[in-house]
Write a protein that binds this ligand. Structure first.
Ligand code: AMP
Length: 367
């Protein structure tokens, strides 16, 4: 089978690497000449708004999927006329707009932070009065890794945040003083069968994921997360992996956002689960039986942001698995990750204390 992927970043790269052992072929489409999935798959350099490269991908592929959600709707439509495309267009559309996403969460009874739409400075001022500071102002579209958002703590922040973000439609949401952050990764196949990975505990800095630990040390909320994920999978008629990020506050889940694709908080599954998220996404879109999502021991995944840690130091840690994405180092860029896996959670914690300083954190940075 030939799998086409729109987007040629590290997620496409890891999809291809997971799919080759099963005998599939991969081709990625990306506007950037140095797209890192192009090192491991056939590569079309082209714009997502240009019909010619989209048609070339559709002509070659038996099935097309995406490594990011902000695919232009027209590109998904062009592809969908010629080839099977998963996930469905609606899942992409909902995930592209924070208002649509929150509206869907609300309709499905999934708790969300209080929010208001904001299209003018006056609306922002009145929304701040209603919601009360602190709040977070976010662009409705094209935000990721903390980009396109500002935390408002005092009245003085209002005008500055509006100047920074106000040229596009916004939402203002209540700042959630969460105890921690978790995510759920779920997979739905073409016949509607579903599987769910264990709850993952996540730690961010500056809006970027730094550390994921799985299975979560406090799994009490796992069933609740799976239930919310099931509602979304079914409503969207989703096929493939769907990730949902939550805040945990007062022992309850509050949904932050969803991603209709493989997700950074699922990278630990490459070594830490019976079947990794990348293989299960491929199995789902290719109409094959889904694999077990059971955790194999305990895992901690640490992102390498900006620069890669020293290989030999990392590989001296027991249970360490090094993933370099083949990207040019640049501040703020995800260039790789390391997963520590062991049967004993104490061994993972001990390894983490030594690993964190290698990627610029204190040994006890994340508690
Ligand atoms: P997002 O781009 O919405 O995923 O936000 C990135 C990160 O910013 C989240 O993982 C949180 O750590 C933080 N954040 C976003 N929204 C809120 C909020 N309403 N309250 C508290 N922290 C938030």
């Amino acid at each position: 089978m030939n799998v086409g992927i729109v987007g040629g970043g590290q997620l496409a790269r890891m999809l291809a690497l997971a799919g080759y052992p099963l005998g599939w072929q991969f081709q990625v489409l990306d506007p950037a000449a140095d797209a890192c999935a192009g090192q491991v798959a056939r590569f079309i350099q082209g714009d997502y708004h240009d019909e010619t490269p989209l048609m070339a991908l559709a002509a070659w592929a038996d099935v097309v999927t995406f490594d990011f959600e902000n695919v232009p709707a027209e590109a998904a439509r062009i592809l969908g006329q010629r080839v099977a495309v998963y996930p469905p267009a609606e899942a992409l559309a909902v995930a592209q707009d924070r208002l649509d996403e929150k509206t869907l969460f609300w309709e499905l009874g999934i708790p969300i932070p209080t929010f208001a739409t904001v299209d003018s400075l006056e609306e922002l001022q009145s929304a701040v009065r209603r919601l009360e500071l602190p709040t977070v102002l976010k662009t409705r579209r094209l935000g990721y890794d903390g980009k396109g958002q500002r935390v408002l703590r005092t009245d003085r922040d209002i005008e500055a945040a509006w100047q920074a973000l106000g040229s596009v439609p916004l939402i203002l949401e209540k700042f959630v003083p969460f105890e921690h952050e978790v995510s759920i990764l779920a997979v739905r196949d073409r016949e509607g069968g579903t599987v769910f990975y264990p709850l993952v505990e996540n730690h961010h800095r500056d809006g970027i994921l730094r550390l994921s630990q799985a299975p979560c040390r406090k799994p009490e909320l796992e069933q609740e997360g799976w239930d919310y994920a099931r509602r979304l999978l079914e409503r969207l008629n989703h096929v493939g992996v769907l990730a949902i990020e939550f805040f945990v506050k007062d022992g309850r889940l509050i949904a932050n956002e969803m991603a209709p694709r493989v997700h950074n908080s699922g990278h630990w599954t490459i070594e830490g689960a019976e079947t990794c998220q990348f293989e299960n996404h491929l199995r789902a879109i290719l109409g094959l039986p889904l694999g077990s999502t059971a955790a194999v021991g305990h895992s901690a995944m640490v992102n390498a942001i900006g620069d890669l840690p020293e290989r030999s130091a990392v590989l001296s840690l027991p249970g360490a698995h090094y993933h370099a994405y083949g990207k040019t180092p640049r501040p703020g860029r995800k260039v790789g990750h390391v997963t520590l896996r062991a049967d004993d959670p104490g061994m993972v914690s001990a390894g983490l204390e030594r690993l964190l300083p290698m990627v610029g954190f204190r040994p006890d940075e994340f508690g």
